[in-house]
Design a binder for this molecule. Structure first.
Ligand SMILES: Nc1nc2c(ncn2[C@@H]2O[C@H](COP(=O)(O)OP(=O)(O)OP(=O)(O)O)[C@@H](O)[C@H]2O)c(=O)[nH]1
Length: 201
């Protein structure tokens, strides 16, 4: 039986076109659109779910991956509970850029302890036939950069989309159970108990 309810902010970062909006839409509405426009700034959708007995409202923030929208997206990083670093398995440059996305997130979200922040890595477009990034290379990057969970997803056919988002929730809940509060938040949260060590600015 569910024991408590939480509002979790999960943010999707990655190059333009890797499929962030599509992943969010697939997970929340179970739809896939081949003619999406580039995101400008940020958008978010909520999804209620139960993970290991915890009732959770996941607020999924989809950001604009294109460089020209950087100043529009970065103000929304603060208060994130988990970051989904996303690349496309048919685009090697999007994989190489993961390190930059991680750095940008840590800086603008003002993460105090980056080594223990819950990142999850998604290699999207698993359905494509011509891959540029191997599973092994992606797994190695995840091992070397903080032992991050890695999921190969397809927003198009829904492969692994739900399990990836659920893992994000599990990572956050595990941290909260340990009492780790790594990121300042200036979001008013009407569901959660106040975080005792969160800073206010
Ligand atoms: N084959 C395939 N195409 C996908 C998949 N996910 C997204 N796409 C397509 O890739 C293109 C870009 O998808 P978006 O979801 O808009 O990508 P994004 O990362 O949100 O892009 P920005 O908003 O520019 O940051 C669209 O044409 C999608 O239909 C997938 O899993 N498989």
């Amino acid at each position: 039986m569910a024991s408590k309810s939480s509002l979790l902010k999960v943010i999707l970062l990655g190059d333009g076109g890797v499929g962030k909006s599509s992943l969010m839409n697939r997970y929340v509405t179970n739809k896939f659109d081949t003619h999406l426009f580039h995101t400008i700034g940020v958008e978010f959708l909520n999804k209620d779910l139960e993970v290991d007995g915890h009732l959770v409202t996941m607020q999924i923030w989809d950001t604009a991956g294109q460089e020209r929208f950087r100043s529009l997206r970065t103000p929304f990083y603060r208060g994130s509970d988990c970051c989904l670093l996303t690349f496309s398995v048919d685009d090697n440059q999007s994989f190489l850029n993961l390190a930059n996305w991680k750095k940008e997130f840590i800086y603008y979200a003002d993460v105090k302890e980056p080594e223990s922040f819950p990142f999850v890595v998604l290699g999207n477009k698993l359905d494509v036939t011509e891959r540029q990034v191997s599973t092994e290379d992606a797994q190695q990057w995840c091992r070397e950069n903080g032992n991050y969970p890695y999921f190969e997803t397809s927003a198009k056919d829904a492969t692994n989309v739900a399990v990836a988002f659920e893992e994000a929730v599990r990572r956050v809940l595990a941290m909260e159970d340990r009492g780790d509060h790594l990121i300042p938040t200036d979001t008013v949260n009407l569901h959660r108990k106040p975080r005792s060590s969160a800073t206010c600015c």
